[in-house]
Write a protein of this length. Structure first.
Lengths: 208, 208
DNA sequence: GTCTATAGAATGATAGAC
DNA sequence: GTCTATCATTCTATAGAC
């Protein structure tokens, strides 16, 4: 991707995440890049094409992260439960809080009621995918004896991810408007601590 | 509100909830109502004015519901914990799942990153308000001895509401695209059951 | 790859007749 | 309150010179 194309991409992500796809004229994108509209069309086939490339990028980045998460799954043997969840949250935020990815997440939220591609990504990345991975992690932890035997990994994954997702959602609104996020960030850690302690087996507890 | 004005309002809510404010031309609203654009402007000062009236309506409806929720708080004495949470969910859904209210919720989601009013409603209704009410309910239950003494009502309210909110969010996406919602609805009830059983004191447990 | 110039359609909104 | 007719902008996109 050429330097100019990259700048168009970045500017488009920035503006569309603030005003929505229909709220940003190509004029405004080109203007903020410092080129004319006709030059922009030399890099992208259409306005819609820019959005497609944004979604492509997001999916590719998520795919990369998921691979590293699976790698993390295999490293679970070397970590205590507490350590693992802390690393897990940091890993989670390392992706979702990257400025560019956070902006695209917002775009997906804005477009998912009218754009099928945005809908598919939202359902996959925000809900399904994350939950399955956490479920796998709980299963592995259970095999290791780190968490109680009588708990259902799938249910735990649900409790773990849904609340975090809503908090992440609140976090996105607050950062969008430059409002304080310390309260919601504290809630995220409180939630993780709660799940961690709720699931911890007697054996796992000794590690703390 | 005249019959025509009401129809404009309903059609506008319907279309804007699907395509976003910037995605719906006034022509399309007028066309679906069966009048000309110029006639539409006889009922609303501007396109923006329609959005304002939509937000006004939403806030007024929420205000009404909240009053009935406070009434519900005072009725807690007559119900068991289990009964109370079941009624609470039904009450919650009775508002949020009303077609018109559900559509406006979607509009708020779509506009909250660019419209201050939508942002304020989102932060208030989706996050702050609901949580405070649930916190009060947990406090009252604790006083009655229905839930364990050592639990923090504020934290419980957080655990209760955030997960439900994300599930409601998923529910909105699914219904928007006519996809099956039975799985996520089951999750809602599972979550409530979990919180209900997690918090239940020995005394409260006997009621079941 | 960038520009100027412009096409051609769609936009929000108004004037004024009925 | 509704209509026809119209305005002034704004929109996405293209042609063709440099």
């Amino acid at each position: 991707m050429s330097a100019t194309k990259q700048r168009i991409f970045d500017v488009a992500v920035d503006l569309i995440s603030q005003k929505g796809f229909n709220g940003v004229p190509v004029r405004e994108i080109a203007g903020n890049v410092g080129i004319k509209v006709s030059s922009l069309y030399n890099h992208f086939q259409s306005k819609e094409d820019i959005l497609t490339k944004i979604f492509d990028y997001y999916e590719a980045e998520i795919e990369k992260t998921m691979r590293s998460k699976e790698y993390l799954e295999k490293r679970i043997d070397r970590l205590s439960a507490q350590e693992f969840w802390e690393k897990g949250l940091l890993n989670f935020q390392a992706v979702t809080l990257k400025p560019l990815m956070q902006k695209i997440s917002k775009i997906i939220l804005l477009e998912m009621f009218r754009d099928e591609r945005a809908r598919d990504i939202a359902l996959d990345v925000f809900f399904s995918r994350q939950q399955k991975i956490v479920e796998t992690i709980f299963m592995l932890m259970q095999k290791k004896g780190l968490i109680k035997d009588n708990l259902d990994p799938r249910f735990l994954a649900m409790e773990y991810t849904y609340a975090l997702l809503a908090m992440q959602f609140e976090y996105d609104i607050l950062t969008n408007w430059n409002l304080a996020t310390d309260k919601v960030r504290k809630k995220m850690f409180d939630h993780i601590k709660f799940i961690s302690e709720y699931t911890k087996s007697a054996k796992g507890g000794e590690n703390k």
